[in-house]
Ligand binder design. Structure first.
Ligand code: ATR
Length: 274
């Protein structure tokens, strides 16, 4: 029987992870199956334990279970502990390893697919929820000149900055406080695009030559990318590349092999355009 993997979410019907992992498995000649499992909102722990007990080898975890998965894991990878969230689980008898590949996925998409340099650059991160928390550590590891976290609820941004306080210049603040500053890379980690909204961002934050990156993706450009494009950002990118790269990193955690992401990203991009 094939090794079994899945993604837990609620909702999960829209998930592209089964298609991505099926493509990776075919490419790397790995004998595995990967399904989407809708866990009840109050029943994630039961769903996860049932899947592991039935022989499941590993799982991805998506909205809204990433923080719960972090609490349920018996062991955490350092990057998951820092993020306070888990998107990848590895089952080994009673042992449940929790990992987080979101930050690595973002960094790989930025640096490899988009050839964006982060070292020495001024980076603005929008949002202070789970999505933002998962990428602060890897962004700081890439040694930006400064990282500013702006959030609608300024206290959450300050807390997040405090959590990662270290030698790198790092500031948490409210949106009006970034007026007058400009950045080489602006990353939208808010969930505003989900509801067609735009974070209240001052228009002048995009330096000439800057890259605007939205962790969300859809058929057309998100409201944030439309705004960025009309306020001076030179390059626009959505989060489809991050989705594929975080999946590749999870696949590597599970199988010890790293799939080629470019053909899978191209396949998803073509499907999205249809
Ligand atoms: P996730 O795990 O997807 O990050 P979350 O923890 O609920 O979800 O965080 C959502 C983030 O998007 C938060 O930073 C939220 O801002 P607040 O902390 O002020 O709530 C941000 N967000 C959601 N909708 C937004 C909007 N319309 N404008 C600006 N920020 C928004």
């Amino acid at each position: 029987m094939s090794d079994r993997y899945c993604v837990f979410g609620n909702p999960v019907g829209h998930s592209k992870s089964p298609a991505i992992h099926a493509a990776f498995a075919a490419q790397c000649r790995q004998d595995l199956s990967y399904e989407a499992i809708l866990a009840p909102l109050d029943g994630f722990a039961e769903s996860m334990r049932a899947f592991a007990a039935a022989g499941g080898c590993g799982a991805n975890v998506t909205v809204p279970f990433k923080e719960q998965a972090c609490r349920l894991a018996t062991r955490l990878a350092a990057r998951a502990e820092l993020a306070g969230a888990v998107n990848t689980l590895v089952f080994n008898g009673p042992d449940i390893l929790g990992d987080n590949t979101d930050g690595a996925g973002l960094l790989r998409d930025l640096s490899t697919n988009l050839t964006c340099r982060i070292a020495g650059q001024r980076v603005l991160l929008l949002g202070a929820g789970g999505a933002a928390r998962g990428v602060v550590g890897p962004l700081l590891d890439a040694r930006p000149a400064a990282l500013v976290i702006a959030n609608r609820t300024a206290g959450r941004a300050r807390e997040l900055a405090q959590r990662f306080a270290g030698p790198a210049p790092l500031l948490g603040c409210a949106y009006p406080e970034v007026a007058g500053l400009s950045f080489d890379l602006v990353i939208n980690a808010t969930s505003a695009s989900l509801t067609g909204e735009l974070p209240p961002l001052p228009g002048g934050v995009f330096a000439s030559g800057s890259l605007a990156y939205d962790m969300m993706y859809g058929q057309g450009p998100t409201p944030f990318l439309v705004f960025a494009g009309s306020h001076g950002a030179a390059c626009l990118a959505d989060g489809l590349g991050m989705l594929v790269e975080q999946a590749a990193e999870a696949f590597h955690v599970w199988r010890g092999v790293r799939p080629e992401t470019a053909p899978v990203l191209a396949m998803l991009r073509a499907a999205l355009a249809r």
